[in-house]
Design a protein around this ligand. Structure first.
Ligand SMILES: *[C@@H]1O[C@H](CO)[C@@H](O)[C@H](O)[C@H]1NC(C)=O
Length: 356
C-alpha cells in the first residue's frame, strides 16, 4: 500500500513538473505586469434596440464601411466581402477566402480596401481583387494588418496589431502587455509601405479627422486612443486623444459632424483581473486559448462611444450584458443611423440615432 502511494505521488509529481515546464518554460509570452483598467458597470441597454441586418448571412463582421453610393460593405469570417445595397438587399459580392479578413475602408478609386491578416492589404473592386501592398519597404512581409484609412491623395495608413503574435493568438499580445503595434503608410505614387509609427499597444482602429490634420490610433489594451498630427504646428507629434475609456477601443470611425464613433470591447472581468495581476497566472492563461476564452468576458457586453474632437465623450450606448449584441468592434454613422460590426454576431447591427 505504502509503495503504491509512493508510486502514485511520484507520478503526480512528474506530471506536475512536466506541466510546469510546458507552461512556464515554453511560455509564448514574456509578460509585463500592468494594471487592467476596471470594467465599467453603468448600463443603458440602448444597443438592445438594434435592427439586425443580414442575419445569418454575415459571419462575424468585424468592420463595416459605406461607399459614395451608400452601399455598405463588410468582410466576413468565411472569406467573403458582402455588400448591402441601399434598398437593403445583401449580395455575396467578392470571395477572397480564408478567415483573416478584418478591417474594411472605402477608396476614392471605387470599391474598398480590406486588411487580410495573412496577405496584407487588398483592393476589392467591381472588376476583381488585387494586392495593394503585401511588403514593407524593407522587404518584410506585412502581417496582422487590422485597419486602414485612405487620405485624399490615395495614400493609405494601416495598423499592424502586433509584430510578435498573429491574429489567432491576439490574446497573447494582451497577456504579454508589451507594445508590439505599428502604423504603416502606403504611398500611392511609389507603391511602397513604410513604417510610420512604432511601439503602439495593440494598434487597432484608425481614423482621419475631418480636415485630415490628425490620425487617430486605438491602443486596445491601454484603453486609449492616441492622436498623431499630420499638419500644422504639431505636425509629427503624437499625443493622447482620450484615455481611461469605459472599454478597450477596437475600431474608430469619423462621424459626419467631425466627431468619432468607437467600438469598445470588454477586455476585463473579475476573474481575468485576478489572473492578469500575476506572471504565473498570465503564463497559465497563455498556455490555452480555451482557458483564456473561459476566463474572459468578451461576450458579456457591447459598448460604443461618441467622442468629440476635444477627446470628451459625448454619448455612450451599451448592451450591458451583451444580450442582443456583444463584442461590438466597430460603429459607423451613416444617415442618422449607427452600423455595428461584431466578432460574435451573424448580422450587422443598425441603431437609429434620432431619439436614441
Ligand atoms: C505594389 O506592390 C505590391 C507588393 O507590396 C505588389 O504586389 C503590387 O503588384 C504592386 N502594385 C503595382 C501597381 O505595382
Amino acid at each position: 500500500m505504502a509503495s503504491f502511494i509512493t508510486v502514485c505521488s511520484s507520478l503526480l509529481l512528474a506530471v506536475l513538473v512536466a506541466l510546469s515546464v510546458q507552461i512556464f518554460y515554453f511560455s509564448p509570452i514574456d509578460p509585463l505586469l500592468l494594471d487592467l483598467t476596471p470594467a465599467t458597470t453603468t448600463r443603458d441597454n440602448k444597443l438592445q434596440n438594434i435592427i439586425k441586418l443580414g442575419e445569418g448571412a454575415v459571419k462575424e463582421p468585424e468592420d463595416v464601411c459605406v461607399d459614395k453610393e451608400g452601399s455598405l460593405y463588410t468582410a466576413t469570417r468565411d472569406g467573403w466581402i458582402k455588400r448591402m445595397r441601399r434598398n437593403g438587399d445583401w449580395e455575396n459580392w467578392k470571395y477572397i477566402g480564408g478567415d483573416t479578413l478584418i478591417g474594411v475602408t472605402e477608396s476614392k478609386e471605387g470599391g474598398i480596401i480590406v486588411c487580410d491578416a495573412n496577405k496584407g492589404l487588398l483592393r476589392v473592386r467591381e472588376d476583381g481583387v488585387s494586392v495593394l501592398t503585401s511588403e514593407a519597404s524593407d522587404g518584410s512581409q506585412i502581417r496582422f494588418a487590422d485597419d486602414a484609412i485612405e487620405d485624399w491623395d490615395g495614400n493609405v495608413y494601416f495598423s499592424i496589431v502586433s509584430t510578435k503574435f498573429n491574429m489567432h493568438n491576439w490574446h497573447l499580445d494582451f497577456l504579454e502587455g508589451r507594445p508590439h503595434g505599428q502604423v504603416f503608410k502606403y504611398t500611392a505614387k511609389t507603391n511602397e509601405s513604410a513604417l510610420f509609427l512604432d511601439n503602439l499597444a495593440f494598434a487597432n482602429g484608425l481614423a482621419l479627422s475631418k480636415d485630415q490634420d490628425f490620425l487617430l490610433i486605438c491602443e486596445t489594451w491601454r484603453y486609449r486612443i492616441v492622436r498623431h498630427w499630420l499638419k500644422g504646428e504639431k505636425k509629427g507629434k503624437t499625443d493622447i486623444f482620450v484615455e481611461n475609456l469605459p472599454g478597450a477601443p477596437d475600431n474608430v470611425n469619423l462621424a459626419p459632424d467631425g466627431s468619432f464613433w468607437v467600438g469598445l470591447i470588454k477586455l476585463n472581468s473579475e476573474r481575468l483581473e485576478f489572473m492578469y495581476n500575476y506572471k504565473i497566472t498570465k503564463h497559465l492563461l497563455a498556455s490555452s486559448p480555451r482557458l483564456f476564452n473561459f476566463v474572459s468576458d468578451l461576450k458579456r457586453r457591447a459598448t460604443v462611444v461618441n467622442v468629440g474632437t476635444d477627446g470628451k465623450i459625448i454619448r455612450k450606448f451599451d448592451d450591458g450584458d451583451g444580450k442582443v449584441i456583444n463584442f461590438v468592434t466597430s460603429a459607423l454613422e451613416f444617415e442618422d443611423h449607427l452600423y455595428l460590426g461584431s466578432l460574435t454576431s451573424n448580422f450587422v447591427g443598425k441603431l437609429p440615432l434620432r431619439g436614441a
